[in-house]
Design a protein around this ligand. Structure first.
Ligand code: SF4
Length: 328
């Protein structure tokens, strides 16, 4: 066992403090964070690592991360967040990185009983067993309430200088933030879209309707308005110029990109097997979201691979229809 550790650094207050506490004990730390399809605070994490003077690596989750979300062993939290499985997935990735780095243990900012889904004592034990990391995940903020870990037993980490924080109150954490000179401590939000119910609807919609889903179909869920026309076809509409440009640059093979002609309005991406009727409907939705003055009718150009069509849209979609097609 050596004095080298990998810290799971999200950029939030808890993981920042955990890293500070162990750095103060002379532990050589390499920080990591994960890039998922659903976004956490990776830019914040890089910035914090630079500020703390520790190395930083961003690990990209594989496509099997989606399979885990679809079929979690330990179920979901309040939305479609499979936190126990997700933590196991991430710790397993981190373990490989830890072995590669020649580090002996891992540092996590988790606080006992702070989050209902993955921070109970039973969850910690379960996750450690799933990843083969028993005794090698050190949670310095709650360490005094948890069993002694290997680095503590080996005398590499001084247990008496660790903490026994538990529960949802941030008072102790804010005191520590002041001690370590952390100004404007970030909020306790996980920054994970999977915990948001409307977003969860969009994820479920892909799982239910797209058995051969691709990674980009989840990466695009944070962009635009989403409408399901049928089990075969879905429309994504840009909400502003940035989103229109994103859809134009994304335009995956086999999808239709719809561009407004003769009116100012959003671009649309039609995903799945779309009939002419579906493309006409997508055009009607585009017309509904066109800018003032909203025209009575319009023309849309649709492009898919080498195919192109001009679609005449006689009128915009009604409010009622829009509401019935909206995914979330
Ligand atoms: S909040 Fe999101 S990123 Fe965090 S453990 Fe749960 S599912 Fe994973």
């Amino acid at each position: 066992m050596n004095k080298k550790a990998v810290s799971l650094l999200s950029g939030g207050l808890d993981s920042t403090l955990a890293t500070c506490i162990l750095k103060e004990q002379g532990i050589e730390i390499e920080a990591i964070n994960f890039q998922t399809m659903f976004g956490c605070c990776k830019d914040d994490a890089r910035e914090v690592a630079t500020r703390l003077g520790v190395g930083f690596t961003l690990l990209k989750v594989g496509d099997d991360y989606l399979d885990m979300i679809k079929n979690p062993k330990y179920g979901y939290g309040r939305a479609i967040n499979p936190c126990v499985d997700c933590r196991s997935y991430m710790f397993t990735m981190a373990k490989k990185w830890m072995d590669q780095m020649g580090a002996s243990f891992m540092i996590s900012g988790e606080v006992l009983n702070q989050r209902p889904m993955s921070q109970k004592m039973r969850d910690f034990e379960l996750i450690e067993a799933e990843c083969g990391l028993e005794g090698r995940i050190l949670r310095p903020l709650s360490a005094k309430r948890l069993p002694e870990t290997e680095p503590e037993k080996a005398g590499i980490v001084d247990r008496s200088k660790l903490f026994g924080i538990e529960g949802r109150s941030r008072a102790e954490l804010l005191k520590l933030a002041a001690k370590y000179g952390i100004e404007n401590p970030p909020s306790a939000s996980s920054g994970c879209a999977l915990t948001e119910k409307p977003f969860a609807e969009k994820v479920r919609d892909v799982f239910e309707n797209r058995p051969d889903y691709k990674r980009w179909e989840f990466e695009v869920l944070k962009t635009g308005r989403h409408f399901r026309l049928s089990s075969e076809a879905k429309v994504i509409l840009g909400r502003n110029e940035n989103e229109n440009q994103y859809l134009i640059s994304l335009h995956p093979e086999g999808t239709w990109l719809l561009e407004p002609e003769q009116f100012i309005g959003p671009y649309a991406l039609v995903v799945g097997t779309a009939s002419d009727e579906d493309l006409g409907m997508a055009g009607a939705i585009m017309l509904r979201y066109s800018q003032n003055p909203r025209p009575q009718s319009g023309v849309v150009r649709a492009v898919q691979n080498e195919n192109a069509k001009t679609i005449r849209v006689p009128h915009g979609a009604s409010e009622e229809l829009i509401n019935s097609l909206r995914i979330a």
